[in-house]
Design a protein around this ligand. Structure first.
Ligand code: FES
Length: 106
């Protein structure tokens, strides 16, 4: 699936992720700026925070309990469309997804 990371102050990064991996993984493997993934995908750091474009929200698995807790601890404000990138699975059923990278992760 294609993941488009919209950057706050530069053109978007368009990357290809592997189905079955996470949106965070796709970012880190392609050196997308602003997605850190410090805990390696354990829902324990919130440095993979993204704002999912609204039209894709319903296509994703619901927010899990750990994710919900960690989203309370993001560096940039939590919005209704906030998700942890490591908890968003890429799936061929959704060939393209757009997210905004928050202005800060620390
Ligand atoms: Fe740490 Fe997602 S990589 S919470």
């Amino acid at each position: 699936p294609t993941v488009v990371f919209h950057q706050p102050d530069s053109p978007p990064d368009v990357v290809e992720g592997k189905a079955g991996t996470s949106l965070m993984r796709a970012a880190v493997e392609n050196n997308v700026r602003g997605i850190v993934g410090e805990c390696g995908g354990q829902a324990m750091c919130a440095t993979c925070h993204v704002y999912v474009h609204p039209e894709y929200l319903d296509e994703l698995e619901p927010i899990g309990e750990d994710e919900d807790e960690m989203l309370e601890d993001t560096a940039a404000p939590r919005l209704d469309r906030s998700r942890l990138g490591c908890q968003v699975a890429l799936d061929d059923a959704l060939p393209e997804i757009h997210v905004d990278v928050p202005p800060t992760q620390v």
